[in-house]
Design a protein around this ligand. Structure first.
Ligand code: NAI
Length: 344
């Protein structure tokens, strides 16, 4: 199998090279992203491997199909950048549902601790021999209420970490897990009570902008918002307004609605044209990381292992119901995945 690997970063290669050793998979690494302008690079390949900011819309999918590509291997969990309906019957799409939920949950806590205790500023100050503490006051997490929205793999681990800090955890999920031991409340109740709100649900039509002006209006003054999930969950303009009027005390953002053209790239020599992001980064109580919550050695190795396994199963024609995405063909009664473990 020949695989075109898009949006390659130096940290991607070691894990993949190790895991394809001894298989018949050959990888050509492209630094460019997959999109309408670059899709022709996939000519002569059987599959493409993509990440969160590659564009896999209907046009790209149809061109991939015409070029003879038959499989899309996402090396991430989320698949909101893939038009899965357009793939149905043409290209099989696999993802890595879990690689290290600990990596993401721990990063969410790292961001919360950083923004609260200002360790980012303290580090810069002491390097300049400025030992003043003015402006570095935080608050005890112990005894505060955290609202966890989305209690899947990552949300539950984050809730556990918060419990370790002595926080009271409230949870909201569209599909509450009765075995999680979590205290579920309706979303408005969570928004009303939480001192810290952390987002851990997927981006769907339903969850897009779930944190909008109306939701922010219901929150406690001074609330800290943490988003390590997907940027589209938050209406960024509403967030900025919330920060400007001090309703939101701080924001920790590993993801951003319009991150596609910027995140993972070095733009330090450029004038960044996205005024919204620049405004956010300029605020002293906002911390932005570049969609890096997943980035641990363990996660990278698991991503490579699962992706290679997905491709080998595809080659052998074996079903992989846990990692092949559902194409939402809407044939509910005759759903083939339910019957045969494969959509097509
Ligand atoms: P998961 O599938 O285990 O859990 C998602 C949870 O969200 C489920 O419990 C589900 O019932 C819930 N949910 C679905 N729709 C909802 C709604 N409308 N309202 C409230 N809850 C809803 O997913 P996992 O592994 O915990 O990942 C969560 C998200 O984290 C992913 O969707 C992805 O967007 C993001 N992520 C971010 C990474 C990063 O590097 N920043 C890395 C990996 C994942």
């Amino acid at each position: 199998m020949k695989l075109a690997f898009f949006d390659t970063k130096p940290y991607d290669k070691p894990g993949f090279d190790e895991h394809i050793a001894g298989t018949d998979i050959e990888i050509k690494y492209f630094e460019t992203r997959l999109g309408e302008d670059t899709v022709q690079l996939a000519k002569g390949f059987d599959g493409v491997c993509v990440f969160v900011n590659d564009t896999v819309n209907e046009k790209v999918i149809n061109e991939l199909y015409d070029l003879g590509v038959r499989v899309i291997a996402l090396r991430c969990a989320g698949f909101n950048n893939v038009d899965t309906k357009a793939c149905f019957g043409k290209l099989h799409v696999f993802r890595v549902p879990a690689y290290s939920p600990y990596a993401v949950a721990e990063h969410a806590m790292a961001l919360l601790l950083t923004v609260n205790r200002h360790t980012n500023k303290a580090y810069i100050r002491t390097r300049d021999f400025n030992f003043s503490l003015s402006g570095l006051t935080g608050f005890d997490l112990h005894g505060k209420t955290v609202g966890v929205i989305g209690t899947g793999k990552i949300g539950r681990i984050f809730a556990g970490i918060c419990k370790g800090f002595g926080m009271r955890v409230l949870a909201y999920d569209k599909f509450p897990n009765p075995d999680s031991g979590l205290d579920y409340v309706e979303l408005p109740e969570l928004l009303r009570q939480a001192d810290v709100i952390s987002l851990h649900c997927p981006l769907t039509d339903e969850t897009r902008h779930m944190i909008d002006a109306d939701a922010i209006a219901q929150m406690k003054p001074g609330v800290v918002l943490v988003n390590t999930s997907r940027g589209g969950l938050v209406d960024t303009e509403a967030l900025i307004e919330g920060l400007k009027c001090h309703k939101i005390g701080a924001a920790c953002l590993d993801v951003y609605e319009e991150e596609g053209d910027l995140f993972y790239e070095d733009c330090s020599e450029e004038i960044v044209a996205d005024d919204t992001l620049v405004r956010l980064i300029s605020m002293p109580n906002v911390i932005v990381t570049s969609h890096q919550a997943f980035l641990t050695k363990e996660a990278l190795s698991n991503i490579a292992a699962t992706t290679v396994d997905n491709l080998l199963k595809f080659e052998r024609g074996e079903p992989s119901p846990d990692t092949e995405v559902c194409y939402h063909c809407e044939r509910k009664e005759t759903c083939r995945k339910t019957r045969d473990q494969k959509c097509f």
